[in-house]
Design a protein. Structure first.
Length: 346
């Protein structure tokens, strides 16, 4: 029964993507395309007769090759839906007619698939994600064989389970490593005269490839140091510098490092004894994820200040998630000015 309803829908889509990642992060929303290639292994398959006396035949297959292209859309909730076209090809190694497996030129099996995949991304780190998914669609299976077949292809319903590891190479390009388990209804190939042959179809595919975002990530604002004028009273006001970040990013680009260097220079010049770094996010993503992201942003700014000669003991760094917005917005709204770390010199 389609491999037990595709392994119980990939075990409840891996227990609903590990309870939606315990606090799902957020990755850029929008359209993407991908291409993959790799190896495929077709499980040993029983050959059953239809309309003829039963036989005890089994085919074994060599490892083959596979290729895929996909176009999809990613939502800010880390869910993706994609349309995938695939090709798999395996040569028959040998066939058992009730005894030993007889090697020979038994032909090949070719599969053209068209699947609609539903995938959930689980952020492992800022640049790496583990994904689980299922796909439903159809497979056109062709048997190139010396057997006398009146019909050597059949289109059948198919499903697949997907596990994928992706790593961000640039803001728009990901490297992907994917495992697919495909199963389908048994294709039936008609013989000349009465009867037909049905073949089991289960295979495993491992591919590598690239995924390209068709929409560029929102660029961070140009960082601007903000310094408040000193008050008339004796106590100097804290001087503040602001570092801005890209969407779902915690790394410092060249412009952000310029702000850090300026803050460090002022701190050394004025003999600042305490620096407070506070990280913030916009409202896209869960509260838990945004708190962790804001802590990473603050921590990276602290590391950059230390690299500029500021003692680590003079710097405190913490994150506030989305609780302290520079620009008030609703939930799940992207706002560049809220993606920031503030450097306060006291």
């Amino acid at each position: 029964m389609l491999k037990n309803a595709l392994l119980a829908s990939a075990l409840g889509l891996s227990i609903y993507a590990l309870a939606t990642s315990a606090s799902a992060g957020h990755r850029p929303q929008g359209w993407y395309v991908g291409v993959e290639g790799g190896a495929t292994w077709l499980d040993d398959a029983a050959l059953d007769t239809v309309g003829l006396p039963p036989v005890n035949w089994e085919a074994e297959f060599e490892s083959g090759w596979a290729a895929f292209v996909e176009v999809g859309y990613r939502w800010e909730t880390n869910w993706r839906m994609e349309l995938e076209a695939g090709w798999r090809e395996n040569d028959a190694d040998c066939i058992s007619f009730g005894g030993a497996c007889v090697a020979g030129n038994w032909g090949e099996v070719q599969q053209s698939t068209l699947m609609l995949n539903f995938v959930h991304d689980i952020d492992i780190s800022e640049r790496t994600a583990l994904s689980v998914g299922i796909g439903l669609g159809g497979a056109l299976i062709e048997a190139g064989t010396p057997f006398a077949l009146a019909d050597d292809d059949d289109f059948v319903f198919a499903g697949q389970a997907i596990v994928q590891l992706s790593h961000e190479l640039t803001n728009r390009l990901d490297f992907v490593l994917t495992y697919r388990f495909l199963t389908s209804e048994e294709p039936q190939f008609d013989l000349f005269g009465p009867g037909a042959i049905e073949v089991e179809n289960e295979n495993h595919t491992v591919t590598v490839g690239l995924r390209f975002d068709l929409q560029a990530d929102a660029e961070p604002m140009a960082p601007q140091p903000v310094m408040s004028a000193p008050p008339a009273g004796p106590a100097p006001a804290p001087r503040q510098f602001i570092v801005y970040f890209g969407f779902n990013k915690a790394n410092l680009n060249a412009s952000a490092m310029e702000v850090v260097r300026e803050a460090a220079a002022v701190a050394r010049q004025d003999g600042i004894v305490q620096i407070v770094v506070t990280g913030h996010t916009d409202t896209v993503g869960s509260n838990g994820y945004n708190l962790r992201l804001s802590n990473r942003r603050a921590g990276n700014v602290k590391k950059a200040l230390v690299s500029e000669g500021i003692p680590a003991g003079a710097i405190s760094a913490s994150g506030r998630g989305e609780t302290t917005l520079m620009v008030q917005t609703g939930d799940r709204e992207m706002e560049a000015r809220n993606r920031r770390s503030e450097i306060n010199l006291n």
